[in-house]
Design a protein around this ligand. Sequence first.
Ligand SMILES: [Zn+2]
Length: 128
Amino acid sequence: MKLIITQPANAAHANPDAAARQRADLLARATVDQMQAALGFLSVIDPEAFEIAFSVVTPAADNQPEDDEAVPVCRACGAQVGIFPEHGGLDWRHYQGDGVTSGAQQIYNPGHVPEVTWCLPDENPEEL
Ligand SMILES: [Zn+2]
């Protein structure tokens, strides 16, 4: 069997931090059309990743978490966490406030890196 590899595959993953930074840079330079096309493509090749990404970064009225829907929280402190590209990156950040209204979140730094886990509203993240 002959393998056909048209692009070097290792370079993007040699340094995970650098790869993440490259993706963040790419996102920062992308036009709205490019982002739409990229998300459209992602929704086809990895629907689960698409749904997670979309539910985290675009809280909207029609995307309100239901009572039985898992939400991202920090295992260490139990706070809500989210990804806010408009605040300069794709890192998880602690936030306070309404998790469903765009722009209503207050990002803060509790002094530790979020330990992201997903839990249902009636679960205690510290017990996971
Ligand atoms: Zn925390």
